[in-house]
Ligand binder design. Structure first.
Ligand code: MN
Length: 291
């Protein structure tokens, strides 16, 4: 692929920390588009998807927060990606991770795809298992067909057996059970330590053999010392080289066709280093090599 389309989703309605809506700007300021052009890509910035200005700080009551607002924004994203010409590689800039319901469903265009979800969390909660009611803890379950029917009816897009999680180190109890029942393959940080990222990446490619791949990269998979600008930091994350090596090996497969960069919160960041980390990883995934 030689053409890249960048789409921003300035959404924080799925999370309870304000500021992640500024993630798309931070990623653009980190020179994502210019550096992709330096790699030889033709890059088009499609701008941002409209997101409701409902104020997350004014949330009232229980239940799923901002279900309809999130659904609407993710649906616009889904339609935008599905309308891209074949051969254009979409990069979606978040925004909280609930946007990935739209990006995966849109990039898949109704076909079978493999999903590599690189995240400290599994985002596999349902309204029944979620401790918080925040939708950004649910998108991978929704994509797999589990969750609120208002979401699964439009975003169900993958077989959970075609989903692999990498870098996980924080799971809710109900989520663990659902992941096992659904047959999602999970590489926690325990496996990263034991097996190393190179072997995991090769196993991921083998497990998802023959499928086009969507990579959903949550900034909180990185160790918080490298990526402090996230709403839900968890100690013990991927190192700089582990994260790059994972991207480099996935890039070598030639099968990655779409990417999300999510959960960058510039308010919590230090001099935009979290956005810069994610941009560096995107470049590795799109073929930037050391030598
Ligand atoms: Mn996530």
């Amino acid at each position: 692929m030689e053409r890249v389309a960048v789409v921003g989703v300035p959404m924080d309605l799925g999370a309870n920390r304000r500021g992640v809506d500024m993630g798309p700007s931070a990623l653009r300021y980190a020179r994502l588009l210019e550096q992709l052009e330096d790699l030889g890509y033709t890059v088009e910035d499609l701008g941002d998807v409209p997101v409701s200005l409902a104020r997350a700080s004014r949330r009232r009551g229980r239940g799923l927060a901002y279900l309809e607002e999130i659904r609407a924004a993710a649906l616009v994203l889904k339609e935008r990606l599905a309308a891209l010409p074949e051969g254009v590689f979409p990069i979606v800039l978040g925004g909280d991770h609930s946007l990935s319901m739209g990006s995966v469903a849109g990039a898949a265009r109704g076909r079978r795809v493999g999903v590599v979800w690189v995240d400290a969390h599994a985002d596999f909660n349902t309204p029944e298992t979620s401790p918080s009611g925040n939708v950004h803890g649910m998108p991978l379950a929704v994509l797999s067909g589990l969750g609120h029917p208002r979401l699964t009816e439009v975003f169900r897009a993958v077989d959970p057996k075609d989903v692999v999680l990498v870098g996980v180190r924080s799971l809710d109890p109900g989520e663990k059970r659902l992941l096992k029942e659904a047959g999602v393959r999970v590489y926690t940080m325990h496996e990263v330590d034991r097996l190393g990222v190179a072997r995991i990446a090769e196993e991921v490619l083998k497990h998802l053999q023959g499928l086009p791949l969507h990579v959903s990269l949550d900034a909180d998979v990185l160790d918080p010392t490298l990526a402090p600008g996230v709403g839900t930091p968890v100690p013990g994350g991927l190192t700089y080289r582990e994260a790059h090596l994972l991207m480099e090996i996935l890039a070598e497969s030639g099968r990655v066709q779409s990417l999300d960069l999510v959960e960058v919160n510039p308010i919590l960041d230090e001099r935009n280093r979290t956005a810069e980390m994610l941009v560096g990883l995107a470049l590795s995934l799109l073929g930037k090599r050391i030598f």
